[in-house]
Design a protein around this ligand. Structure first.
Ligand code: NIG
Ligand code: FE
Length: 415
């Protein structure tokens, strides 16, 4: 029998339940429970209720009693990262700030290709170590589920190396790593053939291995002038869908057309959207695609934010992710970035928190997390405060004091 534990009391607990998946949210829609505890059995939440009542109802449970004021939220979910990579692109960052654009650097042979070269040089073990280290950094910041993309290998063997490294890193961290195959990140410069030939090579020779080894259930592509066009990607996504993969798209980062692809292929999410106009905003809002803002890429590149307010007001579902990668988004701090997006785009606390909890879970097609209620994964985080508003108010400079993942205390600042 699984051990039953009681954790609390929490001065506040924001369960993020009863909120719509799509559209604007106001803070008065947020349910805030007071003086509550959580009963967990194994890796699952069994009950949430008044701490004192749970303590007598579950008198046999192991009690993890908290001293001082704590506020509890669901473990945060980062639905878009590239934290498996070799090397660094500090020189790109310096070049961009000295006036070169991201696309100019890419055209001159740097950018993503530079990281491909460095990732290919790295051994699988080195990638496992680096990915685990970054995942643990996110976990300490309250991110209990982290999507991780390949896309710096760009050949069947090198993509496999990355995805196997992500799988192994998933065994080594307490966070859940959700792998995505981004072999369609750009046409590799050493591939002897055109875009369509490269995509056929990947779909024919890599997709079946992803299934066989259980390496990834998600296929992503960068739709951009510097990467792949809507026409080039169509047969690739058709094949992926036929094989049962979920589709996600790097869409509308510098030019539009990616969000149309995402809608056409019923993607789970369309991510970036910095260049989206009202037309794309409405297109996404009228679909089931989760629109994902990546404020870390806007901060890293010094460019406009995703029109998050417009997406929500049009009725869209907005997730917020870090895009943590060595090029466009080197910071990798989701709470800071989500808070800053909130101030610039005028998002309510409810909208920002939804974007990094249950709406991010939907972007990953995960139904067992992102909310706190009986039956959900016991993934939750505690902050030393009696007011949940303090979390975003501190714009990232206030981190959780404890992190529970699958019913286990995996980070504890008190201890
Ligand atoms: O999401 N835009 C394309 N891909 C990544 C950046 C990758 C890189 O610059 O290394 C992104 O921003
Ligand atoms: Fe990305």
């Amino acid at each position: 029998m699984n051990k039953v534990k009681l954790i609390g009391p929490f001065k506040q607990l924001v369960p993020m339940t009863g909120l719509a998946l799509k559209g604007a949210l106001t803070d008065d829609q947020l349910e805030v429970l007071e003086d509550v505890g959580i009963i967990i059995e194994g890796d699952t939440i069994k009950s949430i209720g008044k701490f004192a009542e749970l303590k007598s109802a579950f008198s046999e449970s192991e009690v993890h009693e908290l001293k001082g004021d704590h506020t509890c939220l669901p473990g945060f979910i980062d639905s878009h990262t590239h934290i498996c990579f070799g090397g660094s692109r500090a020189s790109d960052y310096a070049m961009r700030n000295a006036g070169k654009t991201y696309l100019e650097i890419a055209k001159a042979g740097g950018g993503i290709w530079d990281t491909v070269t460095q990732t290919r040089k790295a051994g699988q073990e080195e990638l496992v170590k680096k990915t685990t280290k970054l995942a643990n950094r996110h976990l300490k910041n309250g991110i209990t589920t982290i999507e991780v993309k390949s896309g710096y290998g760009l050949s069947v063997d090198e993509e496999l190396k990355m995805l196997r490294a992500i799988q192994e890193a998933n065994n080594q961290t307490s966070a859940d790593l959700i792998a995505t195959c981004l072999a369609a990140h750009m046409l590799p410069k050493d591939f002897e053939g055109n875009h369509s030939e490269y995509l056929s090579e990947i779909s024919e020779n890599l997709f079946p291995i992803l299934k066989e080894e259980g390496l990834a259930n998600r296929i992503d592509a960068f739709i951009e002038e510097s990467a792949f066009s809507a026409e080039q990607i169509a047969p690739y996504f058709e094949k992926a869908k036929a094989m049962g993969f979920d589709i996600t798209v790097h869409a509308d980062q510098f030019s539009t057309s990616g969000s149309q692809v995402a809608v056409d292929f019923e993607a789970v999410s369309a991510d970036h959207l910095e260049a989206s106009t009202q037309k794309e905003v409405e297109l996404l809002a009228n679909s089931n695609v989760i629109a994902t803002a990546l404020p870390g890429a806007s901060i890293g590149l010094g460019c406009d934010f995703t029109p998050a307010r417009k997406i929500l007001d049009a009725g869209g579902a907005l997730a917020i992710a870090s895009d943590h990668n060595p090029g466009s988004a080197p910071m990798g701090d989701l709470i800071t970035q989500a808070s800053i997006l909130g101030t610039f785009e005028k998002l309510s606390n409810a909208e920002v928190l939804a974007g990094i909890t249950f709406r991010a879970a939907a972007a990953l097609n995960l139904k067992d997390r992102g909310q706190l209620a009986a039956g959900y994964n016991a993934d939750f985080i505690g902050f030393h405060t009696d007011n949940y508003q303090e979390i975003l108010y501190n714009q990232g400079n206030f981190k959780p004091c404890m992190v529970w993942k699958n019913g286990e205390l995996v980070f504890d600042k008190h201890g």
